[in-house]
Design a protein around this ligand. Structure first.
Ligand code: NAD
Length: 489
């Protein structure tokens, strides 16, 4: 998640020449194609720019078998040695940033500078994991007895990711999985498989065959993974609806689950906040990555006293922002990643406006076939509108005034989700008191979202189960073993 409020400026860069890079799946250390192929669409042009393998069920079975076989020896490798190899892998990804960035831009749509930030984030969070030691905890140590809580790997991890941060989400899963001694079979979103397939190919330079496999395919492939009895854990990032399907399917062999799902985060701006000072941070809290961030600000509540000033300042920031193809000079926001999402966001805005919402600001968009949506600021929304009730994964923010902060808090918590939330104020203490009452995994003051390598990230309620990042995130790739020794006398 790039919470950066800085918008980097870059020069024009040509599209990736896909003749020099043919994405392949990696199964048992080998690069393989498939009898069927899938088109990958560049959202800035609406055209297919490359085909990737559509993994068959028997190829998935092969990938899991290879991962199971590799697990037995990989789990025995001492932690320190695994850590060195994982660090070498992270270095390898960082060294290829110039090749990764245009791939991410072409498949995902984000500006090149933001693609680079995504790679940097993947590297940064990866290194954060490798800095952690998972030592045993000694509970008793007496002349008669020693009791130790140890951490053991689970086996084969099935990792399934979304399309908003393809490379970073892959790193969030591969690194903790293999560091703790598991092997991993990773499936990226069918919308954005290219950079992740490349990651899988590079991983073979570092890890033994079967430790990291990457397969590409549609939603059905994900469902096959969640049913497969050889997979011991599913690490998932995606929508709530898919998360629920995964949970049901994973019951078959009681798979462990980490589910990082959607959010409908609220921000509450108190009457002592300085509108001009916070406007840029508020704006980018929503519009980073074209609003396609799970933990972005999705509903903004502003105290009546400064409501008009905050609206004015948000519009001022919005007017400075350039929308266009991610490869173009000076572009801040690219297209929406896929057609279904584009249609959904448009429909939600149209319905809101038809229901009485007012457009405070709507930006221009470039002409042509790309999936560009305008920056849209809405007022006069109601709780029943889908733009308020549901997660809007696109460049749309609703701004609603309030008089009573307890009422603002009630509305903020009035959602099935609970990923993050923020309170903005001139007083940290006042804001923190209110933020602590948000029903969310992340409660942020004067920022949104706020993340760090050692800081666990995850949601409550409909936003998921478990966390990623930090020690708690790493521990989710392990099970506890209690080694209880009655000493021989
Ligand atoms: P999605 O649920 O449609 O797809 C995510 C992945 O699941 C894809 O790889 C897809 O192929 C796979 N999949 C689909 N059906 C499956 C099934 N039945 N079984 C197994 N796998 C299946 O989500 P998306 O549209 O790619 O991503 C957008 C969503 O992801 C948003 O809701 C967003 O908030 C959420 N997200 C959450 C986080 C987080 O950390 N909480 C981060 C990024 C995105």
């Amino acid at each position: 998640m790039n919470a950066s409020t800085q918008q980097d400026r870059i020069g024009s860069t040509p599209m990736t020449d896909m003749r020099s890079f043919q994405p392949k799946m990696t199964i048992d250390g080998r690069q393989v194609s498939s009898p069927k192929m899938l088109d990958v669409i560049d959202p800035a042009t609406g055209e297919s720019f490359v085909k990737v393998p559509d993994c068959t069920r028997s190829q998935l079975v092969d990938a899991v078998s290879a991962a199971e076989k590799a697990f037995h020896s990989w789990a025995e490798v001492p932690y320190e040695q695994r850590r060195n190899q994982v660090n070498a892998f992270i270095d390898r990804i960082a060294a290829d940033a110039d090749a990764f960035a245009p791939l991410i831009t072409q498949e995902q749509g984000k500006p090149l500078a933001k693609a680079r930030s995504e790679i940097n984030s993947g590297v940064f969070f990866g290194r954060g994991y490798t800095a952690i030691d998972l030592e045993s905890v000694v509970l008793r140590d007496t002349p008669q007895q020693r009791v130790e809580v140890r951490r053991r790997p689970l086996g084969v991890v099935g990792a399934i990711t979304a399309w908003n941060y393809p490379l970073m989400l892959a790193m969030w899963k591969v690194v903790p999985a293999v560091l703790t001694g598991n092997t991993v079979v990773l499936k990226p979103s069918p919308y954005t498989p290219v950079a992740t397939l490349k990651l899988g190919m590079l991983a073979q330079e570092i890890f033994p065959p079967g430790v990291v496999s990457v397969i590409s395919g549609g939603n059905e492939l994900g469902a096959w993974m969640t049913e497969h009895p050889g997979i011991r854990k599913i690490a998932f990032t995606g929508s709530g609806a898919t998360g629920k399907r995964i949970m049901a399917s994973a019951a078959g062999n009681l798979k462990r689950l980490t589910l990082e799902l959607g959010g409908n985060d609220a921000g509450i701006v108190l009457d002592d906040a300085d509108p001009a000072k916070i406007a840029s941070d508020l704006f980018w809290a929503k519009f980073s990555n074209c609003g396609q961030v799970c933990a972005s600000l999705k509903r903004l509540f502003v105290h009546q006293r400064i409501y008009a000033a905050v609206c004015d300042e948000l519009v001022k920031v919005a007017r400075t922002v350039k929308i266009g193809p991610g490869t173009q000079d000076g572009v801040d926001i690219g297209p929406i990643q896929n057609r279904a999402q584009y249609d959904l966001v448009r429909r939600m805005v149209d319905e809101a406006v038809a229901g009485g919402a007012q457009v405070l600001y709507r930006s221009a968009i470039p002409p042509g076939p790309g999936l560009f949506l305008p920056i849209t600021l809405l007022t006069h929304v109601t709780p029943a509108m889908r733009v308020v009730k549901e997660e809007v994964f696109g460049p749309v923010l609703s701004v609603t005034p309030f008089d009573d902060e307890n009422e603002a808090l009630r509305q903020a918590n009035d959602t099935e989700y609970g990923l993050g939330g923020s309170v903005w104020s001139g007083s940290d203490e006042r804001a923190a008191n209110l933020a602590a009452r948000l029903e969310s995994g992340g409660a942020w003051v004067n920022q949104h979202p706020a993340m760090g390598a050692e800081i666990p990230f995850g949601g409550v309620k409909g936003s998921g189960i478990g966390v990623e990042l930090g020690r708690p995130g790493l521990e989710e790739y392990t099970s506890i073993q209690v080694l209880n020794i009655k000493r021989a006398v």
